[in-house]
Design a protein around this ligand. Structure first.
Ligand code: C5P
Length: 406
């Protein structure tokens, strides 16, 4: 089952010494804006990069910096602060901080409260020079922390404060927030590969015109995030949308239905589940003109000839080596009957039906899940919440389903 997401969580943020400490300010701002309560703990090194007063102003709470000058009268900050936390995030996590945590050392407030974390879900966002990150000792420490159940978020690749380019940058604050939320999701898809199609397709007629539809891609993006949160390795094959690339997911952008089919077939080996959320154009112009078709005075309008696009989902579902296939149906009316008929027609074990005009472009949706046993209604909710429900339903069905059974 999905854990309910409380309105507000107590987040304990450890800031260790690194230039990326300034980005932790943005993280505090993002977390408090999202309604969470943030308690900041800084190492002495961190205070050389950003003053505690900044974090105090952003979090609305005094910042803990020294175990010998505790916030609490009993002097037990390293226990009290972590006991009160729903999650612990260390961002930036320096090489020193990772090393202490991996080896059970506690010589300051942050390292001792990391030791005292118990079962509090914990994520580290490492940040350091690329050579430091690549160092065998650091990698050993990272490995050990992962084995100890710590979630390692990043680092990212790119330009570094030292002027070098490589892996070691702290991931962006908005992505740390996604990692934090993922801590609270079940990991029902750990070790699974999920392939998702999303968005519309664009079928060119000439250099500037083409056929498309009003799919925004939001449902596919939500499914991709939900599958990633639950531990899957996710590939998202998406037609043109206005959405930013999703975090933690391999995005394969395509334009046409034929390109989408080719990308899906190429990504298919080893996939456990295919979720076809794309609104694939049923037809494409028979001829795609290289230039722009010019309008001539007194000329009859041109006749647009169409060819039928391949049905990607039905084709994959019919393969003997088909993964668990999930279809979507955007209907205009009679949702249940149409969804059930479409599930049979497509030859898929699970189909998600929704009413097209009530979902295209919106951030929320309502749908019905249809399988061989009947229908389950999912009432209107955000697309992310629905994505989480749908992905959980898929995860429940995966182990027992070696072959689709329409
Ligand atoms: O037939 P219809 O377009 O309503 O079917 C919708 C379902 O089939 C969706 O899951 C969609 O992603 C998938 N589909 C596909 N290839 C097509 C048309 C639809 O994979 N050419």
């Amino acid at each position: 089952m999905i854990n309910p997401i409380p309105q507000s969580r107590h987040i304990l943020l450890g800031v260790s010494g690194g230039v990326a400490a300034y980005k932790a300010c943005e993280l505090v701002r993002g977390l408090t804006k999202a309604g969470h309560q943030v308690q900041v703990v800084m190492t002495t090194a961190a205070t050389h990069f950003v003053g505690p007063a900044t974090f105090q102003a952003l979090s609305g709470r005094p910042v803990a910096t020294d175990q010998w000058q505790p916030l609490a009268a009993n002097g037990m900050d390293h226990i009290d602060l972590v006991r009160a936390a729903d999650a612990l995030v260390v961002a930036p996590a320096s090489a020193d901080c990772l090393g202490k945590a991996a080896n059970g050392l506690g010589d300051d407030l942050l390292s001792t409260l990391v030791l005292a974390r118990g079962a509090v879900p914990t994520v580290f966002a490492p940040a350091m020079n690329r050579e430091m990150w690549a160092n065998a000792a650091v990698q050993r420490n990272v490995q050990r922390l992962c084995e100890d159940g710590v979630r390692m978020a990043g680092p990212a690749s790119g330009e570094q404060a030292c002027g070098e380019v490589g892996e070691g940058r702290m991931i962006e604050p908005e992505h740390i927030m996604l990692e934090l939320e993922a801590l609270f999701q079940p990991k029902a898809l750990a070790g699974r590969r999920v392939l998702i199609t999303a968005g519309p397709t664009f079928e060119p007629w000439d250099a500037v015109r083409g056929l498309t539809n009003r799919s925004s891609g939001k449902m596919g993006w939500a499914l991709a995030r939900a599958a990633w949160e639950q531990g899957a390795e996710v590939t998202l094959v998406a037609g043109p949308t206005a959405l930013p690339p999703p975090y933690g997911v391999r995005l394969l952008p395509v334009e046409t239905a034929l390109q989408m089919r080719a990308a899906v077939l190429a990504a298919l080996p080893g996939v456990d589940a295919l979720i076809a959320a794309a609104a694939v154009a049923d037809w494409r112009p028979s001829q795609a003109h290289a230039g722009k078709l010019k309008k001539q005075p007194d000329q009859q309008p041109p006749v647009l000839q169409l060819d039928t696009n391949p049905d990607i989902l039905a084709e994959i579902a019919a393969r003997p080596d088909a993964p668990y296939c999930v279809g979507f149906a955007a209907e205009a009316d009679d949702l249940l009957a149409n969804a059930q008929a479409k599930r049979q027609r497509k030859g898929v074990p699970l189909l998600v039906g929704n009413l097209g005009p009530q979902t295209f472009g919106r951030d929320d949706n309502a749908c019905v899940l249809v399988d061989a046993h009947g229908a389950t209604e999912l009432p209107r909710a955000s697309k992310l919440e629905l994505g989480r429900r749908i992905v959980s339903e898929i995860a429940l069905r995966l182990p027992s389903c070696s072959k689709p059974h329409p």
